[in-house]
Design a protein around this ligand. Structure first.
Ligand SMILES: [Zn+2]
Length: 86
């Protein structure tokens, strides 16, 4: 995981070199690291943060699986005893 949560805001860092790219409450975007040129995809929404290599998300099917996964993670927050916020 390459994110730090701070007051509901996430710090997005490059998974490869660690450079801080942006701060966001929510995002769904492809990011190219200005330092090492590494391309990755970041999804942040409703307390869920996912980072993936952009090359692995080239087809729409992969992306829809990822969004389904994100939705499932979000719904876990409603389950008692599944507090994901440490
Ligand atoms: Zn980088």
């Amino acid at each position: 995981m390459s994110m730090v949560k701070d007051r509901g805001e996430f710090y997005v860092t490059c998974p490869k070199c660690g450079r801080v790219i942006q701060r966001a409450f929510t995002t769904d975007s492809y990011i190219k690291c200005p330092k090492c040129q590494y391309e990755f995809y970041t999804y942040i929404s409703d307390g869920v943060a996912i980072v993936m290599d952009a090359a692995k998300l080239e087809d729409n099917r992969s992306r829809s699986i990822l969004l389904t996964y994100a939705k499932a993670l979000s719904s876990l927050k409603e389950v008692p005893g599944m507090d994901l916020h440490n």
